[in-house]
Design a binder for this molecule. Structure first.
Ligand code: SF4
Ligand code: SF4
Length: 378
């Protein structure tokens, strides 16, 4: 409409930024709206320099080269009016007449502007991503966009190997950024496709098919869909696709018949660590705490404390596990039986779990373990 000049009766246009964004319901910044608003305002001025344009903004986020639009907009006489969330511009509409009531920060006074057109800058809103996220076992952010493996180190990858992301599924971005990210994602995929063979880690789990009852609980718990149910002799049994397995160990505690071996973190290795730590000498006055530390957060923090020469109480006995979801109920009970006063499990922040949903499994399991432990105590 602007480009074809089909807005002949419009003499004053008001544009309002951050509508439906950066609020309690939707906390993220729309990112593209400020730039689009500026471009549209400039186009209006180009088509008809006599049109008045008032731009109501909360914070003008014209990042990168979009700053040029902002500077140009000021040169051509576009009016910028700042507002705070509590003094949002209010609209009164009567027939074709629109009045915008607002608080003028500079004059510290309430004012009113008559407009022919009000344009609201709204953010891109993700919709319907949950089914795809469940199907592909890839995480979403709290805002409902797909989440990359690491914001800085792996911005094109999902945490599941061989899956890449780009575009608005990731978060709101300009077409230029979408194209750049799409190229990056295509290159990441090409690296895999150009190889004859892909090397995988040996830190994987294995199912003892002769004992598996086919309940499928491990497959539900695995964050990477590395466990699938296949036809066994009499019934379906679980099988690990080792190329997909990340070795988190979350499947181990999920198995009710204990028939999964986590090769690099076996039950007997963990038992031996518990035996060694519960048997270590201690001050009688100190309560003893066995701490299971996730490799990527708690253990890293403990290491960091060590290298920074920060001491922590000797009453804390740490055991490193790849993921807090690896911790078995039987290990917790064993620690209490062997005299520990408390057991601490340290895992990643829920939206930031290194193994996607490992900490979610821990949070789900711990209340059952506590309930069982208190039942056995009475
Ligand atoms: S170790 Fe982790 S990634 Fe591997 S099969 Fe078990 S739950 Fe899945
Ligand atoms: S949880 Fe254990 S018994 Fe159930 S399917 Fe998996 S390996 Fe088999």
């Amino acid at each position: 409409m602007i480009a074809t000049n089909t807005l002949p009766h419009v003499r004053h246009v008001a544009m309002v930024s951050c509508v439906g964004a950066r609020n309690e319901e939707r906390s993220y910044c729309g990112r593209t709206c400020c730039g689009d608003m500026l471009k549209n305002a400039l186009k209006l001025k180009e088509v008809d320099p006599d049109v008045e344009v008032s731009l109501f903004y909360r914070d003008l986020r014209s990042y990168g080269l979009m700053e040029d639009y902002y500077l140009k907009a000021r040169e051509v006489g576009i009016e910028f009016l700042h507002y705070e969330p509590e003094t949002r511009p209010q609209l009164d509409v009567e027939g074709d007449a629109i009045a915008v009531r607002y608080y003028n920060d500079a004059l510290r006074d309430h004012e009113e502007a008559r407009c022919d057109l009000v344009v609201l800058a709204v953010p891109i809103v993700p919709e319907g991503n949950e089914p795809l996220s469940r199907l592909l076992r890839v995480p979403l952010t709290t805002d409902g966009f797909f989440m990359e493996a690491h914001m800085k180190l792996r911005p094109y990858d999902f945490s599941t190997d061989g899956m890449f992301l780009c575009g608005l599924a990731h978060y709101p971005k300009s077409m230029r950024e979408v194209i750049d990210q799409a190229r990056g994602a295509a290159l990441r995929a090409a690296i895999i496709l150009s190889k004859d063979m892909v090397l995988c880690s040996g830190a994987v789990s294995q199912v003892d098919e002769s004992r598996c009852t086919g309940c499928g609980l491990c497959a539900k718990a695995c964050p990477y869909a590395a466990l699938t149910m296949t036809e066994g002799t009499d019934t379906k049994v679980a099988a690990v696709t080792q190329a997909k397995c990340k070795g988190c160990g979350v499947c181990g505690p999920a198995c009710p018949v204990d028939c999964i071996t986590i090769h690099h973190s076996t039950d007997s290795q963990i038992d031996a660590e518990i035996d060694a730590l519960t048997g270590a000498p201690h001050e009688v006055s100190e309560p003893r705490i066995l701490a299971f530390l996730c490799n990527w957060c708690g253990a890293a923090a403990a290491d960091n404390a060590g290298t920074s020469r920060i001491s922590y109480p000797t009453a804390i006995r740490p055991i490193r596990v790849m993921c807090s979801g690896r911790v078995e109920a039987k290990s917790i009970y064993k620690a209490f039986r062997q005299g520990m006063d408390a057991v601490m499990i340290v895992g990643c922040h829920e939206v930031d779990c290194h193994y996607v949903s490992g900490i979610g499994e821990t949070i789900r399991r711990v209340p059952y373990v506590k309930k069982e432990a208190s039942r056995n105590r009475h």
